[in-house]
Design a protein around this ligand. Structure first.
Ligand code: TMP
Length: 254
């Protein structure tokens, strides 16, 4: 197999040059990392599940007209995506108080918020991705007011759609993080959903019991981490055909 050029290695994913100009291959790793505590580990099968879950959610979103970077899933750990210019923001949407919102504002975890709240974090690991306002974003040129209008409109649609989709399988979408990129199509510039949507960057609680089925199981040492991710995939009806025994998937080939 021909060696592929690796362009970037992040905490949970690797980006390779794609087969055609303007495309990339996104490889999902099992590595897990928590910024605040610098906790590191491996969640066996996470990459395979996140690849599947993110593909599924992005395909459903594209069906309702939300543009994304996804072209198609290639295999158990890889997807073909469009190369976009990443907007350096982590966009967080919250429906229920949890995590840093609860800590920062003293609102008990599990409190339903009066309305969905969007927050922006500047993607800069050296600064630990600080919370920023629209004023910072436009003043420092990370995104234009038009970009922000597009991001808010897309984010609210994504939140409404995914909240309903998860509720249908007995899961409360507590909060999630998304990233956007700019895609140049002929003369047009579009803001599209990028990165991934998976239990790594969502809080997903069982609607009846409140049990956590996301990366908080790892962050907070709750145990049964793999099982949480598998349960999300199972409820979405997309556990790999081979079942949970075959979650390791192919090893990384270059
Ligand atoms: P937070 O409560 O820690 O601010 O997280 C809010 C949501 O954003 C939660 O679903 C986890 C997700 N998130 C990421 O995906 N990446 C990150 O670096 C952080 C801090 C949060």
């Amino acid at each position: 197999m021909a060696r592929r050029r690796q362009l970037y290695e992040g905490k949970a994913k690797i980006l390779f040059e794609g087969p055609e100009p303007g495309t990339l291959v996104q490889y999902f790793k099992d590595d897990a990392y928590v910024f605040d505590t610098q906790k590191k580990g491996i969640i066996t099968g996470k990459g395979v599940l996140n690849n599947r879950i993110s593909e599924h959610l992005m395909n459903r979103l594209m069906e309702i007209g939300v543009p994304t970077h996804l072209i198609r899933r290639l295999n158990m750990r890889e997807q073909l995506i469009r190369e976009v210019e990443i907007i350096p923001l982590e966009v967080v949407v919250r429906n229920v108080a949890a995590g840093s919102l609860s800590t920062r504002l003293g609102i008990a975890e599990g409190t339903r918020l009066p309305r969905s709240i969007i927050e922006y974090y500047y993607k800069n690991p050296g600064l630990q991705n600080p919370l920023v306002s629209e004023e910072h974003i436009t003043a420092f040129g990370w995104a234009t007011t038009q970009d922000i209008d597009d991001i808010v409109a897309l984010t609210l649609r994504i939140n409404d759609f995914l909240s309903g989709l998860f509720l249908g399988v007995g899961i409360t979408l507590v909060d999630f993080k998304v990233e956007f990129g700019r895609l140049y199509e002929n003369e047009d510039l579009r803001v599209v959903l990028a990165d991934e949507i998976s239990p790594d960057n969502c809080r997903l609680w069982d609607s009846k019991t409140g049990e956590k089925m996301d990366k908080d199981r790892f962050r907070r040492d709750l145990g049964k981490v793999e099982e949480g991710y598998q349960e999300v995939a199972r409820r979405l009806g997309i556990l790999p055909e081979a079942g949970i025994r075959d979650l390791r998937g192919p090893e990384l080939m270059q």
